[in-house]
Design a protein around this ligand. Structure first.
Ligand SMILES: *Cc1c(COP(=O)(O)O)cnc(C)c1O
Length: 429
């Protein structure tokens, strides 16, 4: 197919995320990618500010990741995980057990973040079922969250901004505390936890778990909240016998400045969900990691086994490349790398504050956010970024970047300057 034929067939036959069949926004063909650059079919190169939605932390086509994948493909690409095991899964689990906080010890692999969240929620329900408290099967979360697109995940996404409003009639009704208002850098305001505290006090008898994104709320609003909030949530969960599920699918593996966002508050959740950057963006893989008490509780009584088992569980290719990605990450001084990106993003994006169309500019770790006063016009802004040689994909009022960790200062400068200049052009429309 010529590049034109490819795009035209795509337009006629393929769904893209959140896309229309009859009125699709333009898509760009990617021919290859290397480091932080995407090469389009027409030969243009774009500096990638999105790391393919948080995942490509080491850049594209990293030789060590490609090698791990090729070597594993030569031995064993896939085998069922029922009754069988293999070294890539065991090695990866060992690394995850070692690096996750506290006694998060038991690893359940699955294929995508949404499934990892689904698994965590099932674990929480089954834990209390086995403990003789089957009435504890509901969830409490905070507004502005995002936990995935499948049914149970949708039920804990922000009920208003969560993109799933039209399904609200058939989703289970769970409890939503006010979103934290106190930002990461402000002084802690004890009133911030009042709404959450009220709900957990009132409903703990029917709650199996609290689920939230620690510190960084991603697709639900790109907000950074105070570590003290997370600490208070942990205390209240202990006090009222409710499990805490930390959804670190976006934040895991260094993105927020610490290896895990929970580490900002030194909080150990009962269950942690990982995904996105787990394989360095090479394969789809996710993990749900539980404390021993959760696993032992589930296994203690009828049915005595955890009721979940995906076909492609612990796929060896994905586990092998995840192992290589983690080795790269852990051998690097990732905290220093992220601190530098944070500084560059802060410096590069701050001129946007002057624009009257900009409501807020905020940066945490390798995440830079420009919040506008009204939603962007995607049909106009997307080509404008491409014209400037960068890949930035806004949604709603949010123009945000989370670049691969290997992006150098010169490329960060090009990326942030492009954002400032596109938003300046847009501000006169
Ligand atoms: C992306 C994301 C998910 C869903 O992961 P998928 O791999 O898209 O299913 C869940 N939770 C958070 C916090 C995410 O950022």
């Amino acid at each position: 197919m010529t590049p034109e034929e490819l795009l035209s067939y795509d337009r006629e036959h393929l769904w893209h995320p959140y896309s229309s069949i009859t009125n699709p926004l333009p898509v760009y063909g990617v021919e290859s990618a290397h480091g932080v650059r995407l090469r389009l079919s027409d030969g243009r190169e774009l500096i990638d500010g999105m790391a393919s939605w948080w995942s490509v932390i080491h850049g594209y086509n990293h030789p060590l990741l490609t090698k791990a994948l090729q070597e594993q493909a030569g031995r064993l690409s896939h085998v069922m995980f029922g009754g069988l095991t293999h070294e890539p899964a065991v090695q990866l689990a060992k690394t995850l057990v070692d690096i996750t906080p506290g006694d998060l010890d038991l690893v359940f692999f699955s294929d995508s973040g949404s499934v990892a969240v689904e698994v965590a929620m099932k674990m929480a329900i089954q834990y209390y079922y086995a403990a003789g408290k089957p009435q504890k099967q509901r969830f409490l979360t905070i507004r502005s969250g995002y936990h995935g697109d499948v049914f149970h995940c949708m039920s804990v996404c922000d009920p208003v901004n969560g993109m799933h409003q039209l399904y609200s009639g058939i989703l289970p009704k769970y409890y939503f505390a006010d979103k934290p208002e106190c930002t990461f850098t402000e002084d802690w305001d004890p009133n911030d936890i009042t709404s959450f505290q009220g709900l957990i006090e009132q409903h703990h008898k029917e709650l199996s778990a609290v689920i939230l994104e620690p510190i960084v709320q991603g697709a639900g609003g790109m907000r950074f909240y105070h570590p003290q909030y997370l600490l208070q949530v942990r205390k209240l969960c202990d006090q009222y016998d409710v499990l805490l599920i930390a959804d670190e699918i976006a934040t895991g593996f260094g993105r927020s400045g610490k290896l895990f966002a929970c580490n900002h508050a030194e909080v150990v959740p009962d269950i942690m969900c990982l995904g996105k950057a787990l394989t360095g963006g090479t394969m789809t893989l996710a993990a749900t990691i539980a404390r021993r008490k959760v696993g032992e509780g589930i296994s203690a009584t009828n049915p005595g086994v955890f009721m979940h088992g995906p076909t492609f569980m612990a796929n060896p290719l994905a586990c092998a490349v995840a192992g290589a990605s983690l080795q790269l990450l852990l051998e690097s001084d990732h905290e220093a790398t992220i601190r530098n990106i944070e500084k560059q993003l802060q410096r590069g994006l701050s001129p946007c504050r002057e624009l009257k169309t900009v409501a807020d500019v905020r940066v945490l770790g390798a995440i830079g956010v420009v919040e506008l006063t009204s939603p962007v016009d995607m049909a106009r802004i997307q080509p404008a970024f491409v014209e400037k040689g960068v890949w930035v994909r806004p949604f709603g009022k949010l123009v945000y970047v989370m670049p691969p960790y290997c992006m150098n200062d010169a490329d960060l400068q090009i990326l942030t300057a492009a954002i400032c200049s596109v938003l300046e052009e847009e501000s006169v429309h």
